[in-house]
Design a protein around this ligand. Structure first.
Ligand code: ADP
Ligand code: ZN
Length: 737
């Protein structure tokens, strides 16, 4: 056969493809989209084949050959390959980084490779010995096992392996490759449900989506429906419609462990046609689901962010539930937003993208207003149930009235909890700070005790009866200091309410109530979310308290009271989205009450009763909030009225990080004007020190995202980030910290 060459990429920041020779034996099997195993630099590693050609590249003489193929079928469908190209370009990373992020986790890692002697090698051991001598001292080689036929390839023995291969005496193969599973795994399914009669608002939303599915062309919808308006039912109907057409659907939900009940609703309706892609699946389990989807045995993929990359060959619909959630943004390279990438994938497949939320992001609201997305609205709850009444409690007044002692619960909220317990109804208490106390303060110098590795105050936690300090960013732990570490003189005091202390206070005030706490600390074990939520659902728990984990998505019919113990967390963050995020969270928490026959009521404790986020959430005034916030964003030129890119320069050496950022900014300033990009910074990042790294950031602002990418491209042509400094590119950043 004629010579064949493969273009291969790797999960490294280098924006380059590498040519390899395709050996005779693999010529008929090789195809773009397959993973291969080969030597790259000084190691054996997994590469991804992006194209195969018969045209010899210039450096053909120096080309190495691919050792083996890891797939018999392309690992990625053509649309996923294209999506990878889009992610690489849009989010400014290498194609290898993008494609390896699309591959399921289990397929990214290096399989173990072994050197096997060929029959020629086994027959002529003396030739092998001679070669071994020529290659030089090889302490890493287990000579005995090589003589028997195989030895593991390590970076040290790679030279020998290559030499033996060239001489036809050996070959490199992948060890222990498991045969592909055929399925037969155990599925846990939700209770089968009958579709209810759609109410009028659901009906008209459904009809619009149905029509787009009939037309079979790409279209994006934003479904804005208040909490309890029946959005999930609309998803279920549109999926059913998609399946009728012989197509497949993907459903993205923000955090799958947190919403087992939502997942049950999909499996309840579609049975084993659903593949649930939990983040806690091990690679084999994941591979089984992947396989069922790829072969069309499963038709609906339900999962968090990475389920977007489910290998469905006949995509008809992608649903993104709670489209505003920041967990859709990946916080490592490639920093893609699964919501936006979902719209892109739908476009590549001629599919429908359905974004749903009670509190859509302002980006999506604007896209809907501009006519880019079809806008579907469900302003009423199912069965004309009213939205819960919200009572705002001003904590400033409460403190004045009650003097020095700072109560956790206002009198009004405490009374409401008492009455709810007497009626045997359930209560949710929300406080978005985990830990016992949220800060340790010096009574003399007034400074807060900070983490040694991060510029953030440490939280105190009670671990087996003892209070310890913990950093929520780097997991640093330490004892409570006797004297202030800053001034080395003052006494320290624990301040700020966290969920652990809230739990203790509630148990003291309501000794007969069954109280449970749900936050990161009580949900470390696999299955613990489901257990806590299950007990609450069965009414084995009267009061569930916790962080944002309990705020979202849950449908507990027995909850009639929600107490927002502290509404203000997050309001003071130096991020232009802080009002939006607080508003979304308050609306979501409030939405947990009064979802069944009985009415719900919310007590919202705040120091800022006049803040627009608090006021709008209390009056369910979505339009008012959007309008005001959009006007503010427009005036300040922030998204959705502009696009942002964030460059973060970090280093363990503060000066190096600063110099790197400073020099980059000078180059950027020179290049920015003709491209219409505004350059701001360098400035200290909101989290100036994080895990021992000092961080400086440069903000890039433009009307179009292309201009930002072009600018970074030009920067990279003219300026190299200094050694010892890492640079991170974040396009459309979700967090400015
Ligand atoms: P959302 O996702 O908008 O918060 P859900 O889809 O969870 O709302 O719906 C709220 C509740 O109303 C659920 O218990 C659901 O089963 C029920 N429901 C939804 N649509 C209907 C309908 N058309 N008729 C009766 N009950 C419905
Ligand atoms: Zn830390």
């Amino acid at each position: 056969m004629a010579d064949l060459f493969a273009q291969v990429v790797f999960p490294i920041p280098l924006k380059q493809t590498f040519s390899y020779r395709v050996p005779e034996a693999l010529k008929s099997a090789v195809a773009p989209g397959m993973r291969c195993f080969l030597s790259f630099g000084h190691r054996q590693t997994v590469g991804f084949i992006t194209s195969v050609t018969s045209k010899a590249p210039e450096n053909v003489k120096q080309l190495k050959a691919i050792d083996s193929l890891l797939d018999t079928q392309p690992a990625l469908t053509p649309d996923l390959l294209k999506l990878g190209e889009w992610i690489a370009e849009y989010y400014y990373c290498s194609l290898g980084e993008a494609l390896f992020a699309i591959l399921p986790a289990g397929q990214r890692k290096n399989p173990k490779s072994v050197l096997e002697l060929t029959s020629e090698g086994l027959a002529h051991i003396e030739k092998v010995e001679t070669l071994l001598g020529e290659v030089g001292p090889l302490r890493g080689v287990n000579w005995k096992s090589l003589k028997k036929g195989t030895v593991a390839v390590t970076p040290r023995t790679l030279a020998l392996a290559e030499a033996l291969k060239a001489a036809g005496l050996g070959q490199i193969v992948v060890a222990g490759k498991k045969p592909e599973s055929t399925g037969g795994e155990k599925l846990i399914l939700g209770k089968p449900t009958q579709p209810p009669q759609l109410h009028a608002q659901q009906e008209s939303a459904f009809n619009a989506i149905h029509q787009a599915l009939d037309e079979g062309v790409f279209k994006t919808f934003l479904l804005q429906g208040v909490t309890g308006s029946g959005k999930t039912e609309v998803y279920l109907r549109t999926i059913a419609e998609t399946l009728k057409k012989g197509k497949q659907a993907i459903v993205l939900i923000p955090e799958i462990a947190l919403t087992p009940q939502t997942v049950d609703r999909f499996t309840g309706r579609f049975g084993d046609q659903v593949a649930v892609l939990h983040s806690r699946l091990d690679p084999e389990e994941r591979a089984i689901h992947w396989n069922r989807l790829a072969t069309g045995k499963a038709k609906v993929a339900v999962g968090a962010r990475s389920a977007l990359f489910a290998p469905v060959p006949k995509l008809g619909l992608i649903v993104v539930d709670e489209e505003h959630e920041s967990s859709y943004k990946q916080d490592d390279t490639p920093r893609y937003n699964a919501r936006d990438a979902a719209v892109k994938r739908a476009q590549l497949c001629g599919a429908v993208a359905l974004l749903g939320s009670a509190t859509p992001s302002l980006e999506s609201i604007k896209n809907a207003r501009d006519g880019k997305y079809g806008f579907l609205s469900m302003p009423d709850r199912v069965n004309q149930r009213p939205l819960p009444r919200v009572r705002v409690v001003d904590l400033k007044e409460e403190w004045v009235v009650r003097g020095e002692d700072r109560p956790v619960l206002s009198m009004a909220l405490a009374q409401a909890i008492r009455e709810n317990l007497e009626k045997n109804e359930q209560t949710i208490l929300f406080l978005n700070r985990r830990g016992f106390n949220t800060a340790t303060l010096c009574l003399k110098c007034g400074e807060q005790v900070q983490c040694p590795n991060c510029s953030v105050p440490v939280t105190s936690h009670r671990v087996r009866g003892v209070i310890e300090l913990l950093c929520h960013y780097c997991d640093w732990k330490g004892p409570v200091p006797v004297k202030c570490p800053q001034c080395k003189d003052g006494q320290v005091r624990q301040v700020g309410l966290g969920t652990e202390r809230l739990e203790e206070e509630i148990k003291t005030q309501f000794p007969n109530a069954r109280v449970e706490r749900m936050d990161l600390d009580t949900t470390q074990e696999k299955g613990s979310h489901e257990e806590i939520l299950g007990r609450f659902r069965r009414h084995a728990v009267d009061i569930l308290l916790g962080t944002q984990m309990i705020a979202k998505g849950h449908d507990f019919p027995g909850v009639t009271l929600v107490g927002i113990v502290g509404a203000d967390t997050g309001l003071a963050l130096p991020d232009f989205r802080s009002s939006e995020k607080v508003f979304q969270l308050l609306v979501q928490v409030s939405g947990r009450a009064g979802r069944a026959e009985k009415e719900g009521v919310i007590y919202l404790q705040t120091f800022h009763p006049d803040h627009s986020s608090v006021r709008s959430a209390a009056t369910h005034d979505m339009n008012g909030f959007w309008q005001q916030e959009l006007e503010l964003r427009e005036a300040l030129g922030y998204p959705p009225y502009s696009r942002l890119g964030l460059l973060v320069y970090r280093s363990e050496d503060e000066k190096k990080a600063y110099t790197g950022a400073e020099k980059a900014a000078v180059v950027l300033e020179k290049l920015a004007r003709p491209l219409g990009v505004e350059v701001r910074g360098p400035a200290l990042a909101g989290l100036f020190k994080l895990r021992g790294h000092f961080r400086f950031q440069i903000l890039l602002k433009a009307a179009k995202p292309q201009a930002i990418r072009q600018l970074i491209q030009k920067l990279d042509e003219q300026f190299e980030t200094p050694k010892g400094v890492f640079r991170v590119v974040d396009i459309d950043p979700q967090s400015m910290l």
